[in-house]
Design a protein around this ligand. Structure first.
Ligand code: COA
Ligand code: AMP
Length: 245
């Protein structure tokens, strides 16, 4: 079966406003392009990329998904910290990760264009370009519409669908644990993901109106080359478990 990666990104006045991707069969390309064209809000630039994939790994989604709600951001972040520690990240390094996202992980101020790679032993940042970070790409659900429907029925959002896929691929590529909250000022739910705990949604991880967000991938620096290659290049299609449908 020949599969293609379809990616869309849109910007306004040079600022990234929307991105999405799919892995689909050739006959589904026209529909997919139409769907992705409908996604971005206001923009003055949009780019679509269609690329044939040589090899696509199929993986079965096997992470438990849980949700936790707190009264304050402080409590939410303390809980996230505890979950990172339970996942095997030393407390000092977990705090460093939470701190980076709280103040904006781009050394020039504000958000990055991808994720921080944080060494779980030294707390050093390992991404080659700390303004850009590393992006997880070439990942999608094999039965996307069924998983989407299942998640929406259970009160989750479309965002959860994409974030679950990214988090799952990250763990597959060797990320020990991930911390994420959105840079969308209106979206205050974030998550910690790890093999040990699964995908742990946490509300709130930031205040309403806060434009800062990002991702921290906690990794061991041995094998960093392989991890980056996997995150950026390996194509992964995720088959869902009945529990997600
Ligand atoms: N954030 C900010 N800028 C981005 C970006 C992102 N997510 N994705 C692309 N860009 C901009 C950057 O300026 C980038 O240049 P850089 O590589 O120097 O950073 C430029 O676009 C080119 O990006 P490229 O890597 O060629 O894009 P791509 O065609 O491979 O597409 C996307 C990548 C858009 C598919 C991917 O970034 C994305 O958004 N995936 C979907 C993630 C998602 O579903 N998120 C929501 C749930 S959490
Ligand atoms: P979002 O969940 O889309 O609001 O993204 C939150 C943050 O995650 C962004 O500010 C980026 O720093 C980072 N990010 C966005 N897309 C990706 C990706 N595909 N891989 C890794 N990090 C990303």
């Amino acid at each position: 079966m020949s599969l293609l990666s379809v990616r869309m990104r849109a910007s306004l006045k040079g600022k990234h406003v929307s991105g999405a991707e799919r892995i689909v069969q050739e006959e589904d390309i026209p529909l997919t392009l139409c769907e992705l064209l409908k996604r971005p809000g206001e923009h003055d630039f949009l780019k679509l990329t269609v690329e044939r994939l040589e090899e696509v790994e199929e993986l079965e989604f096997d992470l438990p998904v849980s949700s936790h709600r707190f009264e304050s951001v402080k409590e939410g972040r303390e809980f996230a910290l505890a979950k990172l520690v339970e996942s095997g990240v030393p407390e000092r390094i977990a705090r460093e990760g939470v701190g980076l996202l709280s103040k904006g992980a781009n050394p020039k101020g504000g958000n990055m264009r991808g994720a921080v790679l944080l060494d779980v032993e030294t707390g050093k940042r390992l991404e080659p370009d700390p303004e850009r970070g590393i992006r997880t790409v070439r990942v999608d659900w094999k039965d996307r519409s069924a998983v989407r429907e299942g998640l929406l029925k259970r009160g989750f959002t479309e965002r959860t669908l994409d974030a679950l896929a990214i988090a799952f691929k990250n763990l597959h590529c060797g990320v020990l644990a991930e911390l994420c909250w959105s840079d969308d000022p209106d979206y205050i739910t974030g998550y910690v993901a790890s093999r040990k705990l699964g995908y742990v949604r946490i509300t709130p991880l930031k205040e309403e109106g806060d434009p800062l967000g990002g991702r921290v991938y906690f990794i061991r620096r041995e094998g960093i080359g392989e991890i980056i290659k996997c995150l950026e290049e390996r194509a992964v299609l995720i088959k869902s478990l009945p529990s997600l449908l």
